[in-house]
Ligand binder design. Structure first.
Ligand code: NAI
Length: 335
């Protein structure tokens, strides 16, 4: 029997890309707009696979219930899997992900955040629409010759390094597992985090969220950074202690921040709140700074990436059910 898929947190763009690629597979897919939570998990009844996105809840409680109702596979349509309790899934339901769909998409978005904050095109756009052609307050800096600190030099980190090297920037990198031959080939060096914080004009985060990296950008690390540094986060929100970032922005220690992710994003990102009140005071405070640019977790959002996500997700499901293979498995013991 063919697997049937319960698709959670469906967005209009999912309905464009998945049905098209699914023509090749012919799976029955129920597209639920609800996020996966302990309350909505019952929608997975009578399915064999669930397909969650980044803001779905895969806690021990939810996984236990998925196991009880007979779910055979959790097919994440994301690269990040920090929202999954892998220990709880161990031995119950295998978890697969899309390890790389378009690292360039995310890296190019990080570069867009940098360039917008630097040259203040977000502010120029509104000024000129108001017939205000004055340029004072919009001064930026040459990227050429500046230093970028890249934390995490995996697929996305490497893509941003190549973009920033194109600008003529010096790269100072940090990774828990440095790739020295890549560094040599691309003309940069790995350093300790302390050095990276001290030397960088722009710091961009591309490491996963783990207990080691949670709140790595905090008051203590901000205090060691260059005054006026630009912070870019397209990784995961909780890499940054948001309260400390607000304080850093208020004091001027942080010159600007480009955030595609936010630690409490799950209630807001991807949703239309234009007629509602934002009750998250930190998010509301971020929105008051002219030198903070927030995008709603859209780093991945290109045609190429969405096609690759749909292809890999459906292929992951096929390989498991037809060949018992899990090439893109993530698990507590996988290391
Ligand atoms: P990757 O797995 O290719 O690279 C991650 C790198 O981080 C590896 O080189 C790894 O050695 C390094 N790393 C692991 N622990 C570390 C630590 N404690 N300190 C420093 N480095 C460490 O992952 P990829 O594809 O480059 O993605 C990076 C992150 O970007 C993902 O974990 C995800 O959170 C985020 N992401 C965001 C998207 C968006 O739309 N904004 C889309 C896709 C991914």
């Amino acid at each position: 029997m063919k697997p049937s898929i319960a698709f959670f947190d469906t967005k209009p763009f999912d309905r464009d890309f998945f049905p098209n690629i699914n023509k090749r597979y012919g799976y029955a897919i129920d597209y639920f707009e609800n996020k996966l939570t302990p309350k909505t998990v019952k929608l997975a009844n009578e399915h064999t696979v669930i397909c969650p996105f980044v803001n779905d809840t895969l806690s021990a409680e939810v996984i236990e219930e998925l196991h009880r109702i007979g779910i055979k596979l959790i097919a994440l349509r994301s690269a990040g899997y920090n929202h999954v309790d892998l220990k709880a899934a161990q031995g119950k339901i295998p978890v697969v992900r899309v390890p790389a769909y378009s690292p360039r998409a995310v890296a190019e978005h990080a570069a867009a955040l940098m360039m917008t904050l630097n040259r203040k095109t977000h502010r120029a756009y509104y000024r000129i629409r108001d017939n205000n052609f004055a340029i004072s307050g919009l001064m930026g800096f040459d990227m050429y010759g500046k230093t970028a600190g890249v934390i995490g030099t995996g697929k996305i980190g490497k893509a941003i390094i190549e973009i920033l090297r194109g600008f003529g920037m010096t790269i100072v990198a940090y990774d828990a597992y440095p790739d020295d031959s890549y560094a040599q080939a691309h003309g940069f060096e790995y350093h300790h985090l302390d050095t990276l914080y001290k030397e960088s004009d722009i710091i961009t985060l591309h490491c996963p969220l783990t207990p080691d990296t949670k709140h790595m950008i905090n008051k203590k690390s901000i205090d060691t950074m260059k005054k006026g540094v630009m912070i870019i986060n397209t990784g995961r929100g909780a890499l940054i202690d948001s309260r400390d970032l607000v304080e850093g922005l208020k004091s001027g220690s942080i010159g600007s921040a480009g955030l595609d992710v936010y630690e409490e994003e799950s209630d807001y990102f991807f949703e239309d709140y234009s007629s509602m009140t934002i009750t998250d005071d930190i998010l509301a405070r971020f929105l008051t700074f002219p030198n903070v640019l927030i995008t709603s977790h859209q780093g991945f959002f290109t045609r190429e990436a969405l096609t690759a996500i749909a292809e890999t997700t459906l292929e992951n499901i096929k390989l498991f059910f037809e060949k018992n293979e899990l090439p893109n498995e993530v698990c507590a013991k996988c290391g």
